[in-house]
Design a protein around this ligand. Structure first.
Ligand code: PLP
Length: 360
């Protein structure tokens, strides 16, 4: 038996054991080719098969309609914060943003840096981002609306997406892509750093409607141009080959479980176990409004910071890792992405009960 801790890391995060084992199996000699995926040309037949399969599997699993492109980029979701306005905000245009937490804020900060016009049409900062705003007025003249579907740090998640009509909806899905069924046709663009729910860090997934690709101006850096990188099928330069390979394996794993709908069901079960443990205790206290709760990141507090410190330290002794909350919320945060098994949630909940019994 290999040793595997209960990994609740917010990101980079848990990967499926079967994927890691397949990587290990094929690491030195990929399918009898006598070399590793890391060592082969990105222009060769084998890697071409891998990247095309990764794109096709993502299209199949997410139900991405015709007329959209799947692009693999680098620089993380954080580079997208700048790349989006660089490409999609022309002169005399403006964008709408909804501020639901630290990552939205960073996205807005990049638009500012570029000196581009934008409006923050709603924010949940008044309550330290513990809810998703439901009231806002979209400006029909906006070039796009940008939202963050899941707020990794604060543990909130859009439960349904706003109907933006003809305004292109752009979404940072870094921490909940493929965690639940999404109607991709509602979005003009989806982007996500891979390292929470899709694979290792170093790959950024961009799903973009073809007409949006056409907006990229000629005077931006080549590596930031959706039109160029997308037009070259993510092969303008050397893509992050090994990461793309692992994404393919993660998607195959998801398919073997029955696809996104089946994974969503598992995720809902997992989250319910944890939220029930919090709600039924009186000792633990959730920090998020119930109707904005995330399926992926579950923050909660204990009666004192001292107890929270002790909780994190003792959890580690039970092989429960990564549960220290982000400093802007404090307390505890369990990130329960797709690859975190139900057994780990059960182990955490058992530990929580024991900790409450001895410290409550
Ligand atoms: C982690 C995260 C990011 C940052 O991703 P990088 O790939 O590290 O740049 C952005 N947005 C959200 C919602 C995240 O969870």
């Amino acid at each position: 038996m290999v040793r595997r801790i209960h990994n609740f890391s917010a990101g980079p995060a848990a990967l499926p054991l079967s994927v890691l084992q397949e990587v290990q199996q094929d690491l030195v000699d990929y399918k009898g080719e006598g070399l590793s995926v890391m060592e082969m040309s990105h222009r060769g037949k084998t890697f071409d098969g891998i990247i095309v399969e990764a794109q096709n599997l993502l299209k199949e699993l997410m139900g991405i309609p015709d007329g959209y492109k799947v692009i693999f980029m680098q620089g993380g979701a954080s580079l997208q914060f700048a790349t989006v306005p660089m490409n999609l905000l022309g002169e005399n245009e403006f964008a709408d943003y909804i501020n639901t937490g630290a990552w939205s804020k960073k996205a807005i900060a990049e638009v500012k840096k570029l000196g581009k016009a934008h409006n923050v049409i709603a924010s949940s900062e008044d309550k330290n981002f513990n809810y998703i705003p439901t009231e806002f007025n979209l400006d029909k003249a906006a070039s796009y609306l940008h939202i963050t579907s899941n707020n990794t740090i604060f543990g909130t998640q859009w439960q349904s997406f706003p109907d933006t009509g003809t305004i292109p909806l752009v979404c940072d899905m870094s921490s909940d892509i493929n965690s639940h069924v999404v109607d991709v046709s509602k979005f003009a663009m989806i982007y996500a750093g891979a390292q929470k729910n899709m694979g290792p860090s170093g790959v950024t997934i961009v799903i973009m409607r073809d007409d949006m690709l056409e907006k990229s101006p000629a005077n931006i850096p080549t590596m930031c141009s959706y039109k160029i990188i997308g037009g070259k099928d993510s092969m303008y330069n050397t893509p992050p080959t090994f990461g793309i390979y692992i994404i393919k394996l993660v998607l195959e794993w998801m398919k073997s479980l029955g696809g996104v709908a089946a994974v969503e069901k598992i995720n809902r079960d997992k989250a319910a176990i944890l939220y029930d443990a919090i709600d039924s205790s009186g000792f633990y206290r959730g920090t998020v409004e119930v109707n904005s709760r995330s399926l992926m990141n579950v923050p909660f507090r204990l009666p004192s910071e001292e107890l929270e410190k002790k909780f994190v330290a003792e959890a580690l002794k039970h092989d429960i890792s990564g549960v220290k909350g982000h400093r802007s919320v404090g307390g505890i945060r369990a990130s329960i992405y797709n690859a975190v098994p139900k057994e780990s949630i059960q182990a955490l909940v058992d530990f929580m009960k024991e900790f409450e019994r001895t410290n409550g």
